[in-house]
Design a protein. Structure first.
Lengths: 121, 110
């Protein structure tokens, strides 16, 4: 019998993959973008410390913005506690996403302060 | 009063100031782009706000995260109510909702 020796989840996932997988499994978003913006900040090349997410899902329907972010933050609680320094996100319903024509806001530039803490929103 | 002295201090800040921004650095010299973006939105709207520099106070820096159930800085409070962090404030600002919020809450804004 041929065994499938290495399924992706058996390998150590990158932070990028972990974020993507957790959000996919939890809410099955209609659209998901995970952007590693670490290169825009004062961290070594190849870092996975600063991320921006665009999440479009009908689970956000009727939910205030703060609750939407709290839902994602709690999904990613262990990543926020170890590894992710800054997490920016836009959480939209499919209707909101199409109303703004799929446009997202640019991220602010790093000013270099508070490296040992989580920044952002 | 709660059992948590840090929560009491946070509570007293947001009770005694209409608009409070927990941020990294000061409104004049923000130390983080996310904090700067929110401070700038408030300044553009000519809203008077109190900036609390969490880099100056480790207790507040950690305490505010539990207080708001929000893991990141900055955090904006208006009339004792948590509005959100950088992403939410910028989204609201660009949609004109922040201006409306200040109006509804009776906070002076341009």
């Amino acid at each position: 019998m041929r065994a499938c020796l290495l399924r992706p989840k058996d390998r150590k996932m990158t932070m990028h993959q972990t974020i993507e997988t957790k959000i996919h499994d939890a809410i099955g978003p209609a659209h998901l973008e995970v952007m590693n913006e670490s290169h825009m900040h004062n961290v070594p090349p190849g870092s996975e410390s600063h991320f921006k997410l665009v999440i479009v899902s009908d689970t956000f329907e009727g939910m205030p913005r703060v609750r939407r972010h709290q839902q994602i933050n709690s999904l990613l609680a262990s990543e926020l506690n170890g590894g992710i320094h800054a997490l920016s996100m836009q959480t939209l319903t499919p209707a909101e996403w199409s109303a703004r024509g799929g446009e997202i806001m640019a991220s602010p530039q790093c000013l270099g302060g508070g490296k040992d803490d989580i920044a952002r929103s | 009063m709660s059992d948590n002295p840090v929560f009491d201090r946070i509570k007293s800040e947001i009770d005694s100031n209409d608009v409070v921004l927990f941020m990294k650095g000061s409104p004049m010299f923000p130390q983080c782009g996310f904090s700067a973006a929110v401070a700038q939105a408030l300044t553009t709207m000519e809203v008077k706000f109190k900036g609390v520099d969490v880099l100056e106070d480790g207790d507040i820096r950690n305490g505010i995260k539990d207080f708001s159930n929000w893991p990141t800085i900055p955090q904006l409070y208006v009339k004792g109510e948590f509005v959100g962090g950088c992403d939410i404030v910028r989204e609201m600002f660009e949609a004109g909702e922040l201006q409306q919020l200040f109006k509804d809450k009776g906070v002076e804004a341009a």
